[in-house]
Design a protein around this ligand. Sequence first.
Ligand SMILES: Nc1ncnc2c1ncn2[C@@H]1O[C@H](COP(=O)(O)OP(=O)(O)OP(=O)(O)O)[C@@H](O)[C@H]1O
Ligand SMILES: [Mg+2]
Length: 473
Amino acid sequence: MRKNFFINMGLKSKLILTMSSIFILFSLVLFLISQNAQKRLIKEMEENIDDLTKAIQVSVEKLTSEEQKNPEVLKELIMKFKKKGINEISILSESREIIASTNPKKIGLIAKSTKDSDFLIKAELGVKSKEEYIKTINVPIIIGDENYGYINIVMHLENLTDIQKRNFYLRLFTTMLIFIFGTTIIIYLADKYTKPIHMIVDATKRVSKGDLTPIGIDISLGPEIKDLVVNFNQMIEKLKERQILENKIKKMEHIYQIGQLSSAIAHEIKNPLNFINLAIDQIKDELKQIDTEAKAIELLKAVGSEIDRINNLVHHFLEYGKPLKLNMEYINLLQLFKDIEKIIKTKTDDLNIKIDFNIDKNINFLGDKEKLAGCFLNLFLNSIDSIKSDGFIIITGMKKNDKIIIHFRDSGHGIPEMIAEKIFEPYFSSKDTGMGLGLAFTRKILIEHGGDIWLNKEYKNGAEFIISIPTNI
Ligand SMILES: Nc1ncnc2c1ncn2[C@@H]1O[C@H](COP(=O)(O)OP(=O)(O)OP(=O)(O)O)[C@@H](O)[C@H]1O
Ligand SMILES: [Mg+2]
């Protein structure tokens, strides 16, 4: 339950909780360290003061006794004091000459003093230390009205400084430790939160390639990431639904086109059938007369050609209804156009139609070479039909991102606005002999490649078609 509570917390709350915990921990540790250091300091100070009090007490007792100048007594005294950290005791005369000392070398010397005073006792407290840690105190000894002189106490405070130093290092160390601890938690959290984001980035790439598998929801994910994953999966679901819908629409479009084709075919079939019927009736009549063999043969030829036309219509109808199977291969765009040019060259030369290519020779793509050649050949034939004679066809090809854009322009009579909407419909033709399937097939094949073809209505000096094909590489 508790664990779940932490897992379900947002990143912001988690960070606030972590930082607050670190702050509380840090304050607590610092408090304990300073408490400890304070205790040690007080203890050290107490010991020093204790020593100092004892030194004064003992010194005064000795000073007021008769044996005060006896070095043996002093030695005894120092033995006691050494245990307390007092290293040296000297007794000075009024003229500041050391008359007795635990350090025999000092006897007879004049004690140095910053003050113009007389030292009776010189005491050192603490372990010997450097100049900067030494504190000197002068205490006057007055018994009755008589000033016996001064007690000079030298205190070595290195121990106190040591405590402070230790305290500082301890604080530094704990600060570092808590900092490392905090950083580790934050790195862990950052890692935990960025990992699922990488996972989602990978999934996005997968989706863009068409793989619509949802992401698995991990219980340990934070609520924000969980939300993101849930939304992402919902998006995938919607994409799936859309894909299904698109497929349905494609099928319906196909059925609609087939329906259109069927009615066009029925209409087209009716004409030759009527003609065939009439022709057969005429043949019957003609055959009754003897010398009409030649005429009958002519009529039978016409019947044959009408039957061919029906055959052709049915063949294309079946072709159009079939789903296309593309045989993909690498194609060089310029080479493809040059190959088609070879087929029509004699015709264009005869009609004085100039063909110009403005295509980068490095444009390569994946496609069905044969079917695309058929598409472009139909565009050439349409342009030739439109130009009739003396004119030009210009083809420009360029690569834009992952697409190839082709402009196919001719100097023919152009396409009137009235029929511009119909030219891609199957069986629409303005020509006597045209089937009206060229552009319909061309568009179908290009769409199957993931591309398209449309008429540039802005171009008025002829016709211009624009074609897009994905490179698929
Ligand atoms: N370059 C062009 N210039 C002028 N009109 C054109 C051009 N290309 C196509 N068209 C018009 O579009 C119509 C449809 O063309 P499409 O190629 O589909 O059929 P078609 O050429 O008539 O017959 P076919 O099935 O033999 O190709 C043409 O009949 C013509 O009216
Ligand atoms: Mg055509």
